[in-house]
Design a protein around this ligand. Structure first.
Ligand code: MG
Length: 393
């Protein structure tokens, strides 16, 4: 009988850690630039709580270029200046301030890069989101892997989408839902948060035309006072509808949450890990909305996503708005999330009449897929983008 191999021989046969000499060469950020691009809406306008409305979104496409000339791309598009504490000119001004502080850093070292950005510029998470997203694109391009693989793996064939229904007359919202059902959507987010009686009519009108398998969310986007939210919730108590972010403050939302049996979604109040953990401790939500730029980029959004998976909290995985590059980032973020925790995502590029990049996911029967190409899998359309508005090297 042959002697068993020694432990030392067995260990020697295993793949060995790379020596210092065999490590990949450093990669350094040499330039950060940005272009502005306007994204008009195919429906003409997008309307939500409190009379807020946008007809043309102001988006910023961010490029991060390495010493070797490899370029990664990101995009940041606030939902106008009156939704979250973010505005389009602020993205560009913030990049001008921040870019010089990350030159020379390795874009693949995403957590180091985020710590550097946080040390150089307090707050302003949406400013950092474009740089972080572009560095994920670079990490993918430099390793030959799609971003969803780097975020943990691709779950399932595709990602189911919801359609946000702009706030108009109740009958028109029902007609719009019917139209988008024909395009394959099975999940709808109604923009409410207006006059409570009209909102009650909106929820009834839309739920009446949907089969029970279709999910309906009434998203008030902070628009109701606490007593209004309670009136609406009681008036639709017999309907299958989720209530999302009814009021402005976390405490108001928590009070409503504790007095209703509707599944409950928090969004605007949850802007980082601290609020996420507090809301979990209070059992303040069943679903949370993680927007990439609200958290400061994909790195922090993935941190929050992974924590939610561990805690059993389902998520809407998206951003505040965007074009093809944001849509690609959402697809990777969502496709790398275990399916039971994917409540919804959205395909912003189908709301806009301008496409700002090639290679982005396109909706098929209410679903989209993350690209299998390295990185985010998108190439900006420079003939559509405006001139460079930030260029720091
Ligand atoms: Mg929301």
């Amino acid at each position: 009988m042959d002697a068993l191999p020694s432990i030392a021989a067995t260990l020697a046969a295993l793949p060995q850690p790379r020596t210092k000499e065999s490590q990949s060469p450093p990669m350094r950020i040499a330039r950060i630039f940005a272009h502005r691009v306007e994204l008009p809406l195919t429906e003409g306008s997008y309307n939500w709580s409190g009379g807020k409305s946008v007809s043309v979104f102001d988006s910023t496409v961010v490029g991060v270029e390495t010493e070797d000339g490899l370029v990664g791309y990101g995009e940041v598009c606030p939902l106008g200046p009156f939704y979250l504490p973010a505005y389009a000119q602020g993205v560009r001004a913030g990049l001008q301030e921040l870019a010089g502080h990350v030159l020379g850093y390795d874009p693949r070292e995403l957590k180091k890069l985020n710590i550097r950005m946080d040390a150089a510029l307090k707050g302003h998470p949406y400013v950092k989101s474009g740089i972080d997203m572009a560095c994920w694109d670079l990490l993918g391009k430099s390793t030959g892997l799609p971003v969803c693989m780097l975020m943990g793996g691709r779950y399932g064939e595709n990602v189911r989408l919801y359609r946000a229904i702009s706030q108009v007359h109740p009958d028109d919202m029902a007609a719009n839902v019917a139209q988008y059902r024909e395009q394959g959507y099975t999940r709808f987010q109604l923009k409410v948060g207006g006059d409570p009686d009209t909102d009650i009519a909106r929820i009834h009108a839309v739920r009446a035309i949907l089969p029970s398998s279709h999910r309906l969310v009434a998203d008030a986007n902070t628009g109701w006072t606490q007593h209004e939210a309670m009136r609406v919730a009681r008036s639709v108590h017999d309907l299958d509808v989720y209530i999302e972010q009814p009021c402005l403050t976390y405490e108001e939302c928590l009070a409503v949450r504790r007095q209703t049996t509707h599944p409950f979604v928090l969004d605007e109040n949850i802007d980082g890990m601290e609020m996420l953990m507090r809301a979990r401790q209070d059992l303040a939500m069943d679903v949370v909305n993680l927007k990439i730029s609200k958290f400061g980029g994909l790195t922090k959004a993935v941190q929050a996503r992974d924590w939610c998976v561990s805690m059993g909290i389902a998520m809407t995985l998206e951003d505040s708005w965007g074009g093809d590059i944001v849509t690609a980032a959402i697809a990777h973020f969502a496709h790398s999330t275990p399916e039971p925790f994917r409540f919804t995502s959205t395909d912003f590029n189908s709301y806009n009449s301008v496409s700002n990049a090639d290679g982005a996911p396109q909706r098929v029967d209410g679903h989209m897929q993350a690209s299998v190409a390295p990185g985010l899998g998108v190439t900006p359309k420079f003939d559509v983008l405006g001139p460079k508005v930030v260029d720091v090297s």
